[in-house]
Design a protein around this ligand. Structure first.
Ligand code: IFM
Length: 397
């Protein structure tokens, strides 16, 4: 055991955290998602409603973060609260997020603040959202107000969460609001999100030159099923497109890279298209393959950018909690190995602190280290919470 611990000890100063997003836990929001939810689009028929009521219970939730021995907490700011009408800034809501930051600081928890985690004010959605040419500028104005008010308390900003996943589901696959089905729109949104990131980077730095700005990118581990020229070339093309094309647009305006890791894709490619050949030895409640080797590979793939890396999300839906502790350990071993092989990984955030509203899948998938009773809002640690807390306390496993 002592030897094992030595082997997977993390560098000193490593950031250990948990992650959440506003719409998924706060409750009481009025944005483009809450509107869409009303039309029966959510798999389990639910609406986000009061979610986990973290808007009221935020101080208690930061205690949960503390109990995990975390030294960081990633949460997001709900844009629709800050700017409910275009150009009208709600100071009470800004103050709300200031309290969360202060509470983090009081507990020696570094806040990692996400500025856009998929939900929009209704007026922004009505203007065409991220398809509108003005959208990057409009976002920049929002960021300016946020940083003016909260900037002194925040070092780490994450501008945008998973731009490709968001744009793919919302503008290409037509699965999420506003249910666009066009590659052209997807591409336009991707470009506007990159421009929004760049403008945000400059305004954040203008207000605090020492801040650290990045964006959370869902990167995946792609492997060719067959060792043929067609398979290798096609998979390489997909990998470069998904993992790197957006990062390349923002790398000069990033102080760090952020990775959200969930997926492994073993791809068989033929002239007719591609088929997923994953073995799926272990899967989550959502049917996603558990593939810890992939996180290390994805992190090593980023060495060339020569920027610090944070894993801002990694987790699984596991209501019984039978798999989560092993999942965490295996992924962390893979992260540690990637560090040993030159990836400059500085932190790991588990998704998620607590059960939450999992977008179009509703409340059914349980991603939380803490179980939430959505009627009473009682939080109960799952056994894996103790396992993760132990790792964070020991700075390794
Ligand atoms: O819940 C989401 C989160 O909002 C973004 N990254 C993936 C998570 C699990 O699907």
């Amino acid at each position: 055991m002592a030897e094992e611990q030595m082997k997977y000890k993390f560098p000193s100063g490593f950031i250990w955290g948990t992650a959440t997003s506003a719409h998924q836990i706060e409750g009481g929001n009025e944005n483009n998602w809450t509107e869409w939810e009303q039309d029966g689009h959510i798999k389990d028929g639910s609406v986000s409603g009061r979610a986990a009521n973290s808007y009221e219970l935020h101080a208690e939730d930061i205690k949960l973060v503390k109990e995990l021995n975390n030294n960081a907490y990633r949460f997001s700011i709900e844009w629709s609260r800050i700017e409910p009408q275009r150009g009208r800034w709600d100071k009470v809501e800004l103050r709300h997020y200031q309290k969360i930051i202060e509470e983090c600081r009081r507990n020696d928890i570094e806040p990692f603040v996400t500025l856009y985690h998929w939900t929009q004010p209704l007026w922004f959605a009505e203007m065409g959202g991220w398809l509108n040419k003005q959208s990057p500028l409009i976002f920049r104005n929002y960021v300016e107000q946020v940083v003016k008010f909260l900037g002194s308390g925040v070092t780490f900003w994450c501008t945008i969460n998973e731009p490709m996943v968001y744009a793919y589901n919302s503008y290409w696959l037509g699965k999420w609001p506003p249910q666009g089905k066009s590659f052209f729109k997807f591409n336009q949104v991707i470009n506007n999100l990159a421009q929004a990131h760049r403008l945000a980077y400059f305004i954040l730095h203008e207000k605090n030159s020492r801040c650290q700005v990045g964006a959370a990118k869902n990167n995946q581990f792609f492997e060719p099923y067959l060792d043929t020229w067609l398979n290798r070339t096609a998979v390489n093309f997909i990998r470069r497109y998904w993992n790197h094309s957006w990062l390349k647009k923002i790398k000069d305006t990033s102080d760090y890279l952020a990775v959200n890791y969930y997926f492994h894709n073993l791809l068989y490619v033929s002239l007719r298209g591609y088929v997923l050949m994953n073995e799926n030895k272990i899967i989550s409640d959502l049917g996603w393959e558990v593939y810890p080797e992939g996180i290390g590979a994805v992190l090593k793939e980023l060495r060339g950018y020569q920027l610090p890396i944070y894993v801002l999300e990694n987790g699984l839906a596991d209501a019984s909690d039978e798999k989560r502790a092993d999942f965490i350990r295996a992924h962390l071993r893979s992260v540690r190995q990637a560090i040993a092989e030159g990836a400059d990984v500085r932190g790991y955030f588990h998704w998620s602190l607590m059960d939450n509203f999992e977008w179009a899948d509703g409340f059914e998938p349980k991603f939380g280290l803490y179980q939430v009773d959505f009627k009473t809002f009682k939080r109960t640690p799952r056994p894996s919470a103790a396992a993760y807390a132990e790792i964070c306390k020991n700075n390794g496993l």
